[in-house]
Design a protein around this ligand. Sequence first.
Ligand code: GUN
Length: 294
Amino acid sequence: MAAQLIDGKAIANEIRTELTEQVAEFIENNAVVPCLAAVLVGEDPASEVYVRNKQRACERVGIEGRLHRLPADATDDDLLDIVAQLNQDNTVHGILVQLPLPKQLSETRILDAIHPLKDVDAFHPENVGLLSQGRPRYLPCTPHGVMQLLHRSGIEATGKHAVIVGRSDIVGKPMAMLLAARDSNCGPQAANATVTLCHSRSQDMASLTRQADILVAAVGIANFIQADMVKPGAAVIDVGINRTDEGLVGDVAFDPVSAVAGHITPVPGGVGPLTVTMLLHNTLTAAGLQLHSA
Ligand code: GUN
């Protein structure tokens, strides 16, 4: 393997150690414990695991984690009632409705109902708008995690060509905004990239991905990025988590691509641990922003 492995677990632990200190200082200064309330509808096994991981991660850094559960046949009104209660509750600083939701529910209606100051996923249109104008309140967790991985691995973005595969609201679109921004919370050297956003209708995608100094794969298709789609020496960030008969697999064909790339993230143990970590970061920020509005 030629590529250097980007160890997401180690980088996440480094940030969580920093956060543990910041949370302790926040509690000491303000006598307020930051609190994240997660809402889980139904019993999807993957969502159960994600939510449990988030709760545990909260506890480890000193943030209070609460869980509200609803049955799989819950209605929009059931969920909107819980969101309204959590919006009102001054002891709750962050609200996370675990996605995907059962089909009968309106994701947009529910996510839009979360108070923008408590929207630690950064999915609310107000927070998306602030990010697009270069004055973010919260950074969306997975793209922010990718920025931290690049920055803490010494991979600069300024002037580089970053190619993102996948245009989702959660990853692809905000990732493009963060990489193309003039500045970032890791400094300007971690932003200012030239960005190409590829998607299912892109023509000759391989000719685009082969231009990437930084390639971010977020399509949700196992092993989609093959070695002939990667420029030698590129930093390849795999956001995919696909459940296959062979277990968890990313969007990048790891073995062949790691023979070509300069840096690569594994799945699991790459981007995943950062997503949860940046959620903790946003919850602490949210508690700070709500200190004087309580
Ligand atoms: N399901 C998978 N990823 C996420 C995420 O980042 N936030 C929420 N709310 N649900 C998810």
